[in-house]
Write a protein that binds this ligand. Structure first.
Ligand SMILES: Cc1cc2nc3c(=O)[nH]c(=O)nc-3n(C[C@H](O)[C@H](O)[C@H](O)COP(=O)(O)OP(=O)(O)OC[C@H]3O[C@@H](n4cnc5c(N)ncnc54)[C@H](O)[C@@H]3O)c2cc1C
Length: 714
């Protein structure tokens, strides 16, 4: 190399080296995931802590929740870091350990505080929540709802409340029947001579199936069976049957039990099947708050069958609350990840890739789900209040009180509304979990990022305690009846009060002329009122037309079931929006601007998703629907600005979220990698070496070398 060539070469190298400081400078402008998350928090225009207090019902409750989160996180039996890798049998054993820890608090804490503890647990370990809920919610709930006060005291004295000396389960469903409770086949035949009932499984389809806690845990069971006295059938009633000896855990004579095995989720609960072969129980084990059977075999039916509805409402309300809580968890994971995950650059001059959340379509995927989580949260709070007020009224009203009819109307309304909301909110949240999972891309498919398991655990809410389709149809049937009452002049209660204004609502159109005018709670509420009134009227008219054609009421309801389903769905959208607007109006002043944005997004997005109804009933013109669309986009952008503070306000600790992609500080890659590395201990032998060796080292008979095929190149 000549001297000048060498100099040129050196200067080339230097110029290359000079790039390094530039790249370093550029790199210093590249934000780490932690910085990317921190900058989102700076955008808050409201006090996040104040919003947490408002969501929790006050500072006092936030502190209680935080105490629970800390206690659970420090409790080794509630360790969650390896939950995605344990087997069904290990989960079940751990669930039992947790049982022992939690039982202590049952007697130590007042019911509302214990309920909060259980709500916190339901977010961390839904399987355990269910196993515990089977005893307290279903078994004990059935005793409270269906036992006379003397019977109730008897079972409490036997340990039903303290969970001492007995563990309960609840056996309604059979292999052949679930939703159709009247069709259950198990029999309870009264034997006058011995003053006993004989509980019997007459066919294979009468085998009790899916019974939570039956496989290994329960000693006692509330069994639903057909009451037969002196050869006459009186329908399905409930009976307490002992399944196992409480010391040896051996099965009682005539009881046969098995495990129904691995499920889609919630493996912590031991669902089982039960067969009874002429099992004898004392007559007084029939729960007789409503129907009574005397020593002489006289059957007394309850004067007001509707009063039995109350027992069903509690579980449905709990699922509405759980829908809000789980929706908040899912959006916390997807939302936080979207603030730090970067792909491509949306602007060629950007030195750093764009955050997912800065893509308009990602905002459109996630911001309505965040709004829905808020909507479901407030609906849960409000529905819980309605339920408690109703229970107070029921307890303080006697059958001959003049206010009894009004209380019964409220009971019917709450029963129907809670059925519809249970379906509406669990469906909404299940879809939201899956949408959140997909928004994580490939990592959403990893068990460690949490949403796949959350989906599997949550899905059962759409089926148990009333299949969603059937519950929605029940609400539809109630709405048809309300419509028919309104046209005969009867005023309807609060939840369906829009039907009292049918004449004005049915043909009402919207008068707004600009994008801005549509941003009004009253307009959106009226929009839902108008379409709800129309779809309910349509279902009512379809039903009446069927009756006129000579169909029986049952056949007529069946014939108009699609119209009933649509009516219930639209009614529930309007109901949830009303609950949300109420919560915004009641919020502290400093929170109202941000909550108003979220609420408007929820209302407008729901309208956009159901545009067909609003156009069909001419509340909105096509151009007004364009205003709605434009504002949905605008509000996705607006809510995006503060969406991380809105998520932070849910106040779920990293332990509760249990997903490295949803961590508070945004350090997702390191946390995720750490979690995965824990599953790769160093120095372990290959798990299936002989198999893989035998695959790669097979004897190949024709071991001729491959011929050269360069000929083609010549
Ligand atoms: C994990 C788990 C735990 C459970 N734990 C318990 C327990 O502890 N105790 C207990 O008693 N039960 C329990 N169950 C049972 C549960 O309550 C029932 O599965 C549920 O009520 C649905 O009943 P089914 O399975 O018989 O469905 P079916 O009633 O057979 O319904 C099947 C399908 O048909 C549709 N369908 C049915 N009837 C109609 C109709 N008239 N019109 C239109 N569509 C209709 C439904 O929408 C559904 O999609 C549990 C279930 C699961 C999955």
């Amino acid at each position: 190399m000549t001297k000048s060539a060498a100099t040129q070469h050196m200067s080339q190298i230097q110029s290359h080296l000079q790039v390094a400081p530039c790249a370093a400078q550029e790199e210093s402008r590249i934000k780490t995931p932690i910085e990317s998350m921190a900058e989102e928090r700076e955008k808050a225009t409201f006090n996040v802590r104040e919003l947490t207090y408002y969501l929790d019902g006050g500072e006092k409750f936030t502190k209680v929740r935080e105490k629970f989160m800390m206690e659970l996180e420090r409790d080794p039996t509630f360790r969650m870091y390896d939950m995605y890798d344990v087997t069904k049998d290990q989960i079940r054993e751990r669930t039992m350990e947790k049982f022992r820890t939690i039982v202590h608090y049952v007697s130590a804490e007042p019911v509302p505080i214990f309920t909060l503890r259980m709500q916190t647990i339901s977010l961390i370990d839904p399987g355990f929540w269910t196993r515990f809920g089977v005893h307290y919610g279903l078994f004990f709930g059935a005793l409270r709802g269906s036992a006379t006060s003397a019977q109730f005291s008897h079972w409490v004295s036997k340990g039903a409340l303290a969970l001492n000396g007995m563990v309960g389960c609840f056996a309604m469903t059979e292999l052949g029947h679930g939703s159709n409770v009247a069709g259950l086949e198990t029999t309870a035949t009264f034997d006058e001579t011995s003053d006993q009932f004989i509980i019997h499984t007459p066919t294979i389809t009468a085998t009790k199936w899916w019974i939570g806690g039956a496989a290994h845990t329960a000693t006692h069971c509330v069994v639903f069976a057909q009451l037969i006295v002196r050869g006459k059938r009186y329908g399905t009633k409930s009976f307490v049957v002992q399944l196992r000896d409480t010391h040896t855990y051996g099965l009682m004579p005539g009881v046969n039990i098995g495990d129904i095995g691995k499920k889609m989720g919630r493996d912590g609960i031991d669902n089982g099947w039960i067969q009874f072969t002429n099992v004898r129980i004392p007559r007084t084990n029939m729960l007789m708050k409503h129907t009574k059977v005397s020593r002489a075999g006289e059957v007394k039916e309850p004067p007001m069958a509707q009063l039995t509805y109350g027992a069903l409402i509690q579980g449905r309300v709990a699922m509405v609350v759980d829908s809000g809580n789980i929706a908040k968890k899912a959006i916390t994971i997807a939302g936080r990840y979207a603030a730090v995950r970067r792909q491509f650059t949306s602007n060629p001059h950007d030195v750093q890739e764009t955050k997912l959340i800065d893509y308009a379509i990602h905002q459109y995927r996630l911001m309505p789900l965040l709004a829905q989580a808020y909507a479901f949260h407030f609906t849960g709070v409000e529905t819980n209040k309605l339920y408690e007020d109703l229970m107070d009224q029921l307890e303080s009203t006697q059958p001959d009180d003049p206010t009894m009819n009004q209380v019964l109307d409220t009971l019917k309304e709450t029963h129907a509304t809670s059925a519809g909301l249970k379906a509406f909110c669990t469906w909404g949240t299940l879809n939201a979990i899956e949408a959140c999972r997909q928004s994580l891309g490939g990592h959403g498919y990893s068990a460690y990022t949490g949403l796949a398991t959350t989906y599997n655990d949550f899905a059962v809410h759409c089926t148990w305690e009333g299949d969603n389709t059937i519950l929605t149809l029940q609400l539809g049937r109630y709405l048809v009846n309300c419509y028919r009452e309104v046209i005969t002049g009867k005023t309807q209660p609060d939840g369906v009060s829009y039907l009292n204004h049918l004449d004005t609502l049915l043909n009402q159109g919207c008068a707004v002329k600009t994008n801005e005018e549509i941003l009004d709670f009253d307009i959106i509420q009226q929009a839902w009122g108008v379409v709800s009134a129309n779809v309910v009227k349509k279902a009512g008219e379809d039903f009446d037309a069927c009756l006129k054609q000579g169909l029986s009421p049952e056949a007529a309801y069946e014939e108009c079931s699609q119209a009933r389903l649509a009516a219930a769905k639209i009614h529930s959208f309007g109901y949830v929006f009303r609950r949300f607007t109420q919560a915004v109006r009641n919020a502290p002043e400093g929170l109202r601007p941000i909550l108003t944005k979220v609420c408007l997004l929820y209302g407008l997005y729901s309208i956009e998703q159901n545009a067909g109804f609003f156009l069909q009933y001419r509340y909105f013109t096509p151009s007004q629907m364009d205003y709605v669309r434009a504002q949905v986009n605008a509000f996705c952008r607006a809510v995006r600005q503060e969406y991380i503070p809105l998520i932070d306000a849910f106040n779920y600790s990293d332990y509760m979220i249990n997903s490295p992609l949803g961590v508070y500080d945004g350090n997702v890659y390191e946390k995720y990698f750490d979690q995965v590395k824990r599953q790769n201990p160093v120095g372990q032998p290959h798990p299936y070496l002989p198999l893989i060796q035998s695959l790669l080292r097979r004897d190949i008979e024709d071991d001729e070398p491959l011929e050269d095929d360069d000929d083609d190149d010549e």
